[in-house]
Design a protein around this ligand. Sequence first.
Ligand code: EPZ
Length: 418
Amino acid sequence: MDRFIITGGTPLKGTVRIAGAKNATLPIMAASLLCPGTCQINEVPDLRDVRVMCEILQLMGAQVERGKGCCRIDARNVAACEVPENLMREMRSSIFIMGALLGRLGKVKVSYPGGCAIGPRPIDLHLKGLAALGAKITEKHGYVVAEGKELRGSDVHLDFPSVGATENIMMAAVCARGVTFIRNAAKEPEVVDLQNFLNKMGAKIRGAGTDTIKIEGVTDLYPSNHSVIPDRIEAGTFMVAAAMTQGDVYLENVIAEHTEPVAAKLREAGAEVETVGEGIHVTARRLQAVDIKTLPYPGYPTDMQPQTMAMLSIAEGTSVVIENIFVNRFKHVDELRRMGAQIKIEGRAAVIHGVERLSGACVEASDLRAGVALVLAGLVADGQTVVDHVYHIDRGYEGLEEKLKKLGAQIRRVQEAR
Ligand code: EPZ
């Protein structure tokens, strides 16, 4: 397995271009299965999860062509309705196949999706929503089968504004007879991007980005061409990296509104964060402690919690981080402690006493965002940090070490003997 070797102490300086959003790309690729034609998706990041999704689509019978930053998906001959267990376990987003295949074929069989180290990843809200549309759901031997040749519109109220459940129900409802309302829907920008892609195909969806989404079922869908929104979490990660290294970085290809929760917190911590043209400029001196509470969008994103904790480990003062979304998203804490961070966990809360300097150590990535948090900690630590299990990071960051090197970071990838 590859590892990163990082020597800390260099402030990041320069310009970095943010890639297309992983969490918009994956549901949109799945949604292309709804259309008996060829869809083109642009600004597709080159990530491990995107490659796994391509593999799943091909197994379902789609033709998938990857170009530089784009993906053409011809779903004319989609016929298979069972996603192999190994691929379901590999990636949570495989669950999006359910809504799309149910809408297209009226039947889908999946195993429970893999959870990562951030806690159990139940799908009860997804299944409740699909059942409300008239699908018959059977769960046995670790598999879930959803069947419904004639889905019908329904009023679905989500107990929690789940991003994945909102997107899955949306996709299935596109082909249902009649009107569907999703209430207490997730308001993330990636949900809006999926709505825009589906509407380009001929769907009739309104309200994504609010807590109520209305979907009028249609009978025909047409090939569409769509560019994915920039990745607000990659952008937030580089904004935090610029601030904690006391650097001076300009991020290109950013939708400022989507990164506002992070920008506001960085300003509160004493960084300068400015929208300049189509990008964001971040500079900072030593940061002050701030408190963070993760919430559904537009609250502080849970996907930025580990990175922010790395930043607060060297901020002046004591910070409190409360993780409200996932039950076990503190796996990075033990690794940060190995680098000298002073962090105490009390249930969903972490109390962080900022230290002057972290010290380089050998640490292990346990999931995508925990892994990148350790890279950021390595950028400011004294001496050398080795981050192991970099494949977690490759799931969601395209060319991370190249982008950091271009900003002056001393980082290199070491390929472990296979
Ligand atoms: C999406 O996951 C993202 N993944 C996650 O990003 C992100 O952390 C999460 O939304 C929250 O913003 C993709 O979009 C591919 P949820 P998802 O359903 O849809 C509970 C990353 O690092 N829940 O909004 O799985 C669940 O256990 C990843 O890029 C149920 O109880 O998130 C969690 O506590 C990590 N039952 C909470 O809701 C359900 O049926 C939020 O989950 C579904 C979810």
